[in-house]
Design a protein around this ligand. Structure first.
Ligand SMILES: Cc1cc2nc3c(=O)[nH]c(=O)nc-3n(C[C@H](O)[C@H](O)[C@H](O)COP(=O)(O)OP(=O)(O)OC[C@H]3O[C@@H](n4cnc5c(N)ncnc54)[C@H](O)[C@@H]3O)c2cc1C
Length: 399
């Protein structure tokens, strides 16, 4: 079989990239190891994704947003960062900037399903499910993906969106900086007695961090990060004890708290590929950059990265150039790397700062919060990163 583009992985990055190319005549294969039913109806996986204004704009432009029900979107109007047991908070308020929200929360499975609906009837996209890409090859003329059934898909450009642990990345000889935080993220939803007032909280406790993201007035998404050796203690606490534990650690800010979903867990490993491209090959999504979730950048970067690559491909098509050539791919890599590298390094530094419990670091942390609260340029930069919807301006959150 011959295609123009073969995409490996029908996660949100692979699906949105296929949708981005839908207004071209390119013939696309999207290969996914999961079943058609799983791609069409992904189950809730505990991840509630905070989307920036740029992501919202891209999803709207791609027609993906139209498949997300309005009541599945929760705006974040305020954000508070707290350190230890102190009530002192670094504050962000969308009203100060006349925005309706700092960001929008949508469950990961809802995003995935909306992405699927946006591509499912496209005549130019073949979704090949229940199939794993086993081998990949490329040379100056073409690239190929060998499937589990032995079939070979030839193409002009091969794109891998096959998770942060991308096997394709390794097979194409691309290394990655990998940071194993030896921590785990435990995620779930809880109901609570008092309203969250559309406020997101990030609490850096000693050893553990606790994020509370507003879903509805009395329902929030909970993200606990803890050292890996403490994960089972949290995962297997009885529901009653878990409820009491979160309520206590959150200093009773929302009153009585009740678990309403299972607890899901994810290993915290940050990955940044050393290159995003090889001969007739590109990495997108988590396969290019897999972020620690504390700064909520993972899918936002995946979405902006695929947007850059699709723009470069369309520019090449308009000028009658080959879409798999180095010029197209380097243009993508240069733009995306410039955004992702400082964010990746900055996020890792932030994680080190806020999970290290030595006394000097605790003192530094308090100083950082106080300084950031009173030094408007820092708050402005962070807010701008969240709310700017221009693809041309990418300000790093921490650099
Ligand atoms: C706890 C947590 C909270 C998060 N919160 C946020 C947030 O608030 N904001 C944010 O922007 N991001 C967040 N993220 C990150 C976000 O979830 C990821 O960035 C995003 O899901 C990655 O999408 P992807 O398509 O790149 O990869 P994936 O979703 O991992 O999809 C990859 C797909 O490739 C398929 N695949 C793999 N190998 C093969 C193969 N060889 N052949 C065929 N198919 C293959 C897999 O089956 C899978 O369907 C969070 C992540 C976690 C863990």
């Amino acid at each position: 079989m011959t295609y123009d583009v073969v995409i490996i992985g029908a996660g949100p990055a692979g699906l949105s990239f296929a949708r981005s190319l839908a207004d071209t005549s390119l013939k696309i294969a999207l290969v996914e190891k999961n079943s058609q039913a799983t791609v069409a109806n992904p189950a809730y996986d505990g991840r509630d994704i905070a989307l920036t204004h740029l992501s919202l704009k891209i999803l709207q432009r791609l027609g993906i947003w139209a498949h997300i029900p309005a009541d599945a979107v929760s705006p974040i109007e305020r954000a508070k960062v707290l350190d230890g047991t102190s009530d002192y908070a670094l504050l962000f308020d969308s009203r100060e900037e006349k925005f309706d929200a700092l960001g929008y929360i949508v469950a990961n499975n809802v995003i995935r399903q909306a992405c699927y609906w946006a591509i499912k009837d496209l005549p130019t996209v073949d979704l090949i499910t229940d199939t794993t890409v086993e081998h990949v090859f490329s040379d100056a003329q073409s690239a190929s993906a060998v499937l589990t059934n032995g079939e070979i898909l030839d193409c002009r450009l091969l794109v891998a969106a096959d998770t942060r642990f991308s096997a394709t990345r390794r097979k194409m000889g691309i290394g990655a900086d990998l940071r194993d935080f030896a921590r785990v993220a435990i995620v779930c939803q809880m109901e609570h007695e008092w309203s969250n007032d559309r406020t997101a909280f990030e609490c850096f406790h000693y050893q553990r961090t606790l994020a509370v993201l507003p879903l509805a007035a009395n329902r929030s998404s909970i993200v606990i990060t803890a050292p890996t050796d403490k994960a089972d203690e949290i995962l297997y606490l009885s529901e009653a004890d878990f409820n009491r534990d979160v309520q206590r650690r959150f200093a009773n800010r929302l009153g009585k708290m009740t678990l309403i979903t299972p607890r899901y867990h994810y290993p915290l490993v940050g990955v940044h590929a050393k290159q995003f491209i090889a001969t007739r090959f590109a990495l997108i999504g988590d396969a290019a950059v897999g972020m620690h979730p504390v700064t909520a950048h993972g899918f936002n970067l995946g979405l902006s990265g695929q947007d850059i690559l699709s723009r470069e491909i369309k520019a090449a098509l308009n000028q009658g150039r080959d879409i798999g050539k180095a010029r197209v791919l380097y243009a993508y890599q240069n733009q995306h790397m410039r955004v992702t590298k400082p964010l990746y390094l900055g996020t890792n530094t932030l994680v080190s700062l806020f999970t290290n419990d030595s006394l000097p670091v605790k003192a530094l942390r308090k100083a950082v919060l106080h300084f950031s609260n009173h030094f408007e340029p820092i708050k402005w930069l962070i807010k701008k990163k969240l709310t700017d919807d221009s693809p041309k301006i990418h300000l790093p959150l921490v650099s």
